[in-house]
Each structure stands twice: as structure tokens, then as C-alpha cells.
Design a protein around this ligand. Structure first.
Ligand code: GTP
Length: 735
């Protein structure tokens, strides 16, 4: 029964996902000053975790589960692997929704945005909380589309574990590699779930080989499927040597709530038993290779017969190598056919770490605290460290920030944490050292102008864009210095389309987008020198500064808009100490606007050769003079436009392969390889982004809607002279 929690009306606009993501960063123990507000949850939750009839005490059970019984996990995968469908089943089996939603019907819990329901894709991460066998699980369903890759990044950096979902008929796909690298970067232990085992072309062995070879990891086969594709009906639990079968007697609408576990026997399942024994012995040997303590145990007591090694000894060993990220457990199932989810939840609670194995405790005072249930929230009085929560009303925060009540309290908490870890800090800690890892924000590759319906609506548009930028740091908004137009910069066509749609739906501003353009870069091909002097008298004060700089090509490993800054020997140390920040700000400003088309500069080193200034000259003047001097030097060098090249992966059936290849040849594409992936062919190559505008429509026509593709920024490459001149003429209106 839905509890009789009283009504609480929340202005949804205020509780944006910014705060959801924002709070992920702080993992705080928070003391709520206010009383418990009352919440009426609109969706048909059958019950909330641990909350019973109007009982404040039990409400506290939501907020203070033992930290060792908390699991903060993310669900990540390539597009359409089944993350949302899997999440929906998890919420159903854990008892927090009464009926199953379907992505294709647009009624799942975590795809709650209008655009998500209309398009059947996940755009924003959604956090849900539920209990499973005495554990509190905070789960975040993330988007699989490359345009929203930042969502995955900012969730993974605060989560303790992840479930990587695979389409068992496709194995590792383009975006799988991206999210896997993101999980590696944030050292997130993970479990692999081979979903869609019911689908034609599903192959457990193919998917496992793909994980081993492409993700360069060690899969631990904890399960074997019973049947594949249409014959998939259950699985073997290799650890416990049991057959797990879901109700196959009832009609197809079986909801998967009930399943049967029975020991494998020689009499009933001789073949399965033989296969399972071999898999279990291989699993034991594999873990023994990864963990000496387990190897000693096996070689000591069970060397004669691995069959005698009980599951209770195997589970902790699996957990140890999983948390240490030396291997990944592999499970299988079919979310859509309601099979395999309950064992997956068992694996999440058994093998993934709790927050106290990975978090910092800080004390925080928040005015109001909410627990997220997708687009619903319940207000709570406090929360222990390691949980995920929302707050409202923070004005200057943005995704990736770390919140502390004060620097001194944070320092005190950090010292306490160090003492607890036995690593007493001798010297005073800088506040900056307390920051939790931020998110790495990819540079946008598309941009376009955006205009309100009237000048009067410009402030409303600015407010909407400000909110959306704080929530989504991969969205950049700037003002064109020449035209004064507002420029929207995003990760892809879909990203910009969704942002524009949200401005209309959520902020009520009907905007007009200009044509989508490519965000190029600029560099130089040779060195150049320049000198500049700024002489201004403001009031009684004279500001006089002369700067001499040299710019030169300096190839960097990553295509990033970060200048290499060097200083000549003769620059006086005390000058540098006072003006270094102003000098580097000036160089960075010049870097943002190249001399050819105003695009950011990359692969250029700047050397400050000399700096002379009149006493009392302000840092602002120094910064302005440096910026102008660098731009002068850049103009004198031979300039080059760089265009974004994308890693492309097109999955197509054999009969459309030739037309896809012929089309790519027209797009200055280069094909690295053509892989076979079950019944599909996968074209792997690279292509200039400028040639891929509207590609999804063309590919749909070429393949009668059967092909899919994924694009990911690879690097920036020099345009040939002809294309560069054509671009310059177009941009100057001469073409
Ligand atoms: N055959 C089959 N189809 C599935 C299964 N799980 C999901 N699907 C279908 O695959 C499609 C995508 O499912 P989603 O759950 O939206 O996948 P997703 O990974 O959340 O998608 P994005 O977040 O948008 O990348 C939908 O049409 C689902 O019905 C499965 O186990 N078997």
C-alpha cells in the first residue's frame, strides 16, 4: 500500500538534475535543519524502501542504512543494450513498482522526460532507490547515446560499482568501449550482464570472447545460459551448481517474479552438470591465478576435488577480485523476457563494493534533502555518507562541484578521515586537495545560433540556457563578438535538438536555431614573433606594459584547447610571481579565438620573451596586452584549419554493406576494418564530422532502417588547402 505520506508539492523546475548530479559529488553526512516535509509520490510505487504507515522512525530507516549495506551502482552500455528495460525489471522485482513499464510504450520509470518517452531513448540519467535482501541499492540508469556521454561520466565518478549491459547478439559495441574507459578512469568495479539472450543471433560465447578481446579484461563466467535466442529459458548458476528456471509453463506474459532454483543432478541433467563442472573448475583456477590467498585455500584443502569447495568460499573470492578490478563477473539473461534479473541483483549486492570501501566522509548542513525516485522525490531529515541525495536552492553550484559547509570544517573532516586511514598528514592540507574528482568535459563539436522569438524574450532564454549549462557542462553557450548572436555548442545533432526542445517544453521559450555548423580548430605551421604595448591612463593612474611573445607549432597527444606556456630566462622572478596568473589568462583568452575563423587554437606553444611594465600597471592591463600580442603573433604565422575527425562504427546486415561503403567513400571516409558480428557486418573507420551532417537519415534510407551507427570524436586533422579555402570563402560569404 502506498504509505499515507502527506502531500508535498515540489516545483519540478527547481529540483533539476543539476542538484541530483550535484549532490552525487559530495557523498555527505547531512543534518537537515527542517522538519520532515511530507511527500505524495504520484507514480504507482507499491511502497518506498523501508517506509511504513506514517512512521517517522521507519522513514529514518530510509536515510540511515548501515553503510556496508549500501550499493551505489550505475547501469551503463552502448545504445539500446537494454539498460532501461533492465532497470524497470529491477524496480518491479524489488517491489517498488506495481506494474512493468516498457520502453517502446514510453512508460518506464527512469525514462520520464517527454523526449525520452517519445524517442524511446535515455537522455538524462535517472536515480532510483530500492531495497534488495536487506541491502539499500541506489541505482542510476544512464544514457547510451554518445551525445550524452557526459551523463555517464559524471555519474560514474561518484558511484561505487557499475553493471555493464551488453546485447548478447552484438557483444562489445562502440559506446561500450567509451563507457568502459570511463569506468576504468574512475576505477569503478563492474559486473557484465549479457542481456537479450532471447534475441535471434544471441551468443553467450561470442559475447564473452568479445568482452575478453575488446575490453582486455578477464571475464568470470558465474553463469551458463540454458538455450539461446528463441530457446533461451534459464541459466546455470556455476557457483552453486544449480539450474535456475523461470516459469515457462505460464503464457508468454509471465512477469518473471517467480523462478525455481534446483541442484543439477547426474540423473536429470547429465550434460548440463558436466558443462557446469568444467566451467566451475575453470572459474576456480582463474580466481586462484588472480588471488594468492584463494590459491592457498584451494591448493590447501581442495586440491583433490574442487567440487568440495563450497559457494561460501567462492563468493568472497569473486568479490575480492571484482572490487580489485582484476576481473569482471559475467551473468546473462533477458530483461525483456523477464529472465536473469534476480541473480543479477544478488551479484550486485554480493560482489560490488559498499561506499565505505570507496568514500570520504564530510559533514554538511543542507537546508532541504530529498531522496530521488526517478522524477519523484521524498524529503528526508538526514542521510548517511555514501548515499545519493538531492537538494534544492543552490545558486552557484554546477555538476562536478564538491560541497562543503566551510573550508575549515572540510579540512577538519579530511584530517579526521586521514587519521582514520592511519595516514596522519604532517603539513596543513590545502582546501583544494579536498576536491573530489571532477568530470572531464569533452569539447563540443557542433554549434549553431539560437534566437528568442523577440528581444523581450532574450532574458528568459538566457536564464534557461544558464540552468541547462549548469546541469549539462557538455553544453556550452557563448556570445559571438562580431554578430552579438547567442551560440549554442553541443556534442551532436541530437544533443542540440534535445536542448532546443527542452527550452520550449520546460522554459516556455520558442527559439529559432540557425544551421548546424562544425566546431573547427585552428593551428599554425611555423613560428612567429610579435611585440605589443598597451598604454592607458585611468584617472590618476598610468598603465603601461610592453610584451614580446613567440608562438610555435607544438603537437600535443590529445586534441585539447590548452596552451603550452613557457617563459624566457630573463623574466624576473618577482614579476612572474605577481603577474603569472594574468599572463596565462591572457594567453588562454587568445587561444579561444583563432585568427582565421575565430575557432579555438590547439597544438601551439607560447613563449613570453620579455615583459616590461610601468609601476602600478594593473593585472587586467597585463592580461589584455598579452592576449593582444599573442593574437598578433598568430596572425603573422602560416595558419591552418583543423577539422574534427570521428571514429565511426556502422552495424549493417550484409545485403546493405556495399551501398554503405559506397556512400562512405563519398564522405572522405577511411575504412579501417569490416568485422563480422553474428549476422551483422560492422564497418569501423574514421570520417570528417563535416561529412556526417544528417547521416542518420541517409543511413536509414540506405539500409531500409536496419543499420545503426555510432560516432565518437577521434581527433582534429588539417584540412587540405582546397577545402580550407572553400570553407573560408563560405564563412566570409564569398561562396
Ligand atoms: N529481445 C530483447 N529486446 C530487449 C531486451 N531488453 C531491451 N530490449 C529492447 O531493446 C530496446 C532498447 O531497450 P532500452 O532498455 O531502452 O535500452 P537502453 O540501453 O536503455 O537504451 P538507451 O539508454 O537509449 O541507450 C527496446 O526496444 C527494448 O524493448 C531483451 O532482453 N531482449
Amino acid at each position: 500500500m502506498l504509505t499515507k505520506l502527506k502531500k508535498f508539492i515540489m516545483n519540478q523546475q527547481k529540483v533539476s538534475s543539476l542538484h541530483i548530479n550535484h549532490m552525487y559529488s559530495c557523498r555527505t553526512t547531512v543534518i537537515l535543519k527542517g522538519l520532515i516535509s511530507q511527500v505524495f509520490l504520484r507514480r504507482n510505487y507499491s511502497s518506498l524502501p523501508g517506509v511504513t504507515e506514517n512512521d517517522v522512525k521507519s522513514l529514518r530507516s530510509i536515510i540511515n542504512p548501515s553503510i556496508s549495506k549500501i550499493r551505489n551502482i550505475g547501469i551503463m552500455a552502448h545504445i539500446d543494450a537494454g539498460k532501461t528495460t533492465t532497470t524497470e525489471r529491477i524496480l518491479y522485482y524489488s517491489g517498488y513498482i506495481r506494474s512493468l513499464g516498457d520502453v517502446d510504450d514510453g512508460d518506464t520509470v527512469t525514462d520520464f522526460m517527454a523526449q525520452e518517452r517519445e524517442r524511446g531513448i535515455t537522455i538524462q540519467s535517472a536515480a532510483v532507490t530500492f531495497d534488495w535482501k536487506g541491502y539499500r541499492v541506489n541505482l542510476i540508469d544512464t544514457p547510451g547515446h554518445v551525445d550524452f556521454t557526459l551523463e555517464v561520466e559524471r555519474c560514474l565518478r561518484v558511484l561505487d560499482g557499475a553493471v555493464a549491459v551488453f546485447d548478447a547478439s552484438a557483444g562489445v559495441e562502440a559506446q561500450t568501449l567509451t563507457v568502459w574507459r570511463q569506468a576504468d578512469k574512475h576505477h569503478v568495479p563492474r559486473i557484465c550482464f549479457l542481456n537479450k539472450m532471447d534475441k535471434t543471433g544471441a551468443s553467450f560465447n561470442y559475447a564473452v570472447d568479445s568482452i575478453r578481446e575488446k575490453l582486455k579484461t578477464k571475464p568470470l563466467l558465474l553463469q551458463l545460459p540454458i538455450g539461446e535466442a528463441k530457446s533461451f529459458k534459464g541459466l546455470v548458476d556455476v557457483v552453486t551448481m544449480e539450474k535456475v528456471m523461470w516459469n515457462t509453463h505460464t503464457s508468454n506474459h509471465d512477469d518473471g517474479k517467480h523462478f525455481v532454483r534446483e541442484p543439477l543432478t547426474e540423473l536429470k541433467d547429465p550434460e548440463l552438470l558436466k558443462e557446469a563442472k568444467e566451467a566451475r573448475n575453470a572459474l576456480i583456477e582463474q580466481i586462484a591465478d588472480l588471488d594468492d590467498e584463494f590459491a592457498d585455500l584451494v591448493l590447501g584443502e581442495f586440491i583433490e576435488n574442487f567440487d568440495l569447495l563450497p559457494p561460501e568460499k567462492l563468493h568472497p573470492a569473486i568479490r575480492k577480485v571484482t572490487v580489485a578490478q582484476r576481473a569482471v563477473p559475467v551473468l546473462c539473461g533477458s530483461a525483456l523476457k523477464n529472465k536473469g534479473i534476480q541473480p543479477l541483483l544478488d551479484a550486485v549486492t554480493m560482489y560490488l563494493p559498499s561506499p565505505d570501501e570507496r568514500s570520504n566522509e564530510f559533514l554538511e548542513r543542507i537546508s532541504r534533502l530529498l531522496l530521488p525516485f526517478a522524477d519523484q522525490h521524498i524529503e528526508i531529515p538526514s542521510l548517511t555518507a555514501g548515499n545519493i541525495a538531492l537538494t534544492v536552492g543552490l545558486k552557484q553550484t554546477s555538476t562536478g562541484d564538491t560541497i562543503v559547509s566551510s573550508k575549515s570544517s572540510a579540512l577538519a573532516a579530511a584530517r579526521r578521515a586521514r587519521r582514520n586511514e592511519g595516514k596522519m598528514h604532517k603539513h596543513n592540507m590545502e582546501p583544494g586537495s579536498l576536491l573530489l574528482a571532477g568530470v572531464e568535459i569533452p569539447e563540443p563539436v557542433f554549434f549553431c545560433t539560437i534566437e528568442p522569438p523577440s528581444v523581450a524574450k532574450q532574458p528568459e532564454l538566457d536564464r534557461a540556457l544558464n540552468c541547462l549549462q549548469r546541469e549539462d557542462p557538455s553544453l556550452k553557450v557563448r556570445l559571438d563578438p562580431d554578430s552579438g548572436q547567442t551560440i549554442l555548442c553541443g556534442m551532436g545533432e541530437l544533443h542540440i535538438e534535445i536542448i532546443n526542445d527542452r527550452i520550449k517544453r520546460e522554459y516556455g521559450v520558442e527559439t529559432f536555431l540557425g544551421p548546424l555548423q562544425i566546431a573547427y580548430r585552428e593551428t599554425i605551421l611555423n613560428s612567429a614573433h610579435a611585440t605589443d604595448t598597451l598604454d592607458r591612463t585611468l584617472g590618476e593612474k598610468r598603465h603601461l606594459v610592453t610584451v614580446d611573445v613567440e608562438v610555435r607549432p607544438c603537437a600535443r597527444e590529445k586534441s585539447e584547447v590548452i596552451p603550452v606556456i613557457e617563459y624566457a630566462e630573463n623574466i624576473r622572478e618577482e614579476l612572474l610571481q605577481e603577474f603569472q596568473e594574468a599572463i596565462e589568462n591572457g594567453i588562454r583568452n587568445a587561444y579561444l579565438q583563432g585568427p582565421l575563423l575565430g575557432f579555438p587554437i590547439q597544438d601551439v606553444a607560447v613563449t613570453l620573451c620579455s615583459l616590461t611594465l610601468h609601476p602600478g600597471t594593473s593585472t587586467t592591463m597585463v592580461s589584455a596586452c598579452v592576449s593582444r600580442c599573442v593574437q598578433k603573433a598568430l596572425k603573422k604565422a602560416d595558419k591552418q584549419v583543423l577539422e574534427p575527425f570521428m571514429n565511426l562504427e556502422v552495424t549493417v546486415t550484409g545485403d546493405y554493406l556495399s551501398s554503405v561503403l559506397a556512400d562512405l567513400a563519398q564522405r572522405r571516409g577511411s575504412i579501417q576494418e569490416i568485422q563480422s558480428r553474428q549476422d551483422n557486418r560492422v564497418v569501423v573507420g574514421s570520417v570528417p564530422l563535416a561529412e556526417m551532417m544528417g547521416y542518420s537519415t541517409v543511413l536509414r534510407t540506405l539500409s531500409s532502417g536496419t543499420a545503426t551507427f555510432a560516432l565518437e570524436l577521434s581527433n582534429y586533422q588539417a584540412m587540405n588547402l582546397q577545402d580550407q579555402n572553400a570553407l573560408l570563402n563560405r564563412r566570409s560569404g564569398l561562396a
